[in-house]
Write a protein that binds this ligand. Sequence first.
Ligand code: NAP
Length: 307
Amino acid sequence: MIKDAAVFSAADLALLARGEGPLKTLHPPARLAIFGDPVAHSASPPMQNAALTARGIDAQYVRIRVTAEELPVALKNLAPAGFLGASLTIPHKQTSLPLMDEISREARLMGAINTVKVVEGKLQGDNTDGPGLSAAIHEEFGIPLRDLRVLILGGAGGAGRAITVQCALKGCPAITIANRNPAKGDCLATEIRESLGTEVASIALDPEDLRATLYSVDLIINATPLGMKADDPSPLPEGLLSSHHLVYDTVYSGGETALLKQARLACARSANGFSMLLHQGVLQNTVWFGEPAPLETMRTALAALRS
Ligand code: NAP
């Protein structure tokens, strides 16, 4: 039986690596997992298990609570436990980089790993958050990311950095990051100029800087956590949005965030982070199995969580 909701521990994974413990009793056998702390809230297991079933693969994807201290050993146990790979979430995306045998160019530039694949006992690290965002923007607005002038709120944070690098890799005509701590934004802009030769403007998250930038922006992406809680304010001051703007909120809490409400009142097109969550998962599944994942099956499984 598929154990979507159960939470296993790093100790359980260590036992499985020795052929024992509760993970050993699962049918279909556990072959993929999400590592995080906390991990109970993750939407990935139903989505990935639906894909495994649709592919006819006799395996299941489980939640494993792995603390920061446990990560190095948990990653080492993936191969002996017979796992194909794992998803990484908070707090492991950045700290896992030195623990990989190989890292994709994209993940290195993004400074974070969300996908681990086990290949002949070695760990390959990848990042599907940036490509997932790119697929989500195309799907939601019908315009390729590469054609849009983009403003990323919280652009120097974890997801924000992946999105900013993705915009640079896609060759967006203009990229601006607005970070609460502008010095972090300045550092990332310098790093991207030096590594990719792409100019990224860095501004403060303040009304004057934002007003001066927004008239020449097509797409605004919120990559701050503002909106995760129902009473969070918008990261954008009032009165700055126009109907020509496209607004993407990476938050996928389900309700209308304050930013999405601003977009609605300004008659701007908008979407929430559900599609990014879906596409980053679809791309993870594609990395593990080397062929396109069942997108619509995964979309239905994810949508069922919200109904
Ligand atoms: P993070 O690494 O902690 O980064 C947070 C960013 O937001 C930083 O730039 C930070 O600025 C800024 N920030 C934090 N609190 C703020 C506040 N009160 N006002 C203004 N700026 C603030 O977080 P993360 O892991 O990247 O997550 C960010 C968001 O992305 C979350 O909402 C998460 O749900 C979303 N996300 C969505 C998906 C998806 O698939 N849809 C995937 C990943 C993440 P400083 O640098 O100044 O601290």
